[in-house]
Design a protein. Sequence first.
Length: 191
Amino acid sequence: MTTPSARPQPESLKDLFVSFTLLAIQGFGGVLAYMERELVERKKWLTRAEFVEEWAVARTMPGPPALNLSIMVGSRYFGLRGAIVSVAGMFFLPSFTIAVMALAYAKFGTDPHVINALRGMGAVAAGLFIATGLKLLTALKTNPLGVPVCLILASLSFAGVALLHWRLVYVMLGLGGLGYVLTFLKLRGKP
């Protein structure tokens, strides 16, 4: 996919590395909210629709979706070098931080204050995830299936995973496959 010259893009490999490093160290409990805000709203390297499409692809690939998306963005702007630099940015400082935190947790992990702090961070991460999901709903306006069908598929996915405790892989294959087939048929019918 080519990028228009007028679109903002990373200035250099260093900019790409620093951007993904900062994203990764902010992303405790899930980096989706930070990635969407940084890549779409702040840096404007992706449109909201592109972000939703690439996030969907990143979720279906093996490995962590945030890492997959960083590879896709790095590759988009700098090819293989960009993909490698993006991965390095996602791993370098966060790996060091996690090692330090693991050592601290081994020493203080049974302290009730630490346990309660971690519970509080979990609630905040869930709130960020929900808020990002609601912001991304605006991208459904341009989806070929239309908002009602997308909301039905999303509701069925939520019910299957959260309420019926179906395995995520089956929901993705079943409902994701259904969404793919419906979209294919809809687009095939257009001139």
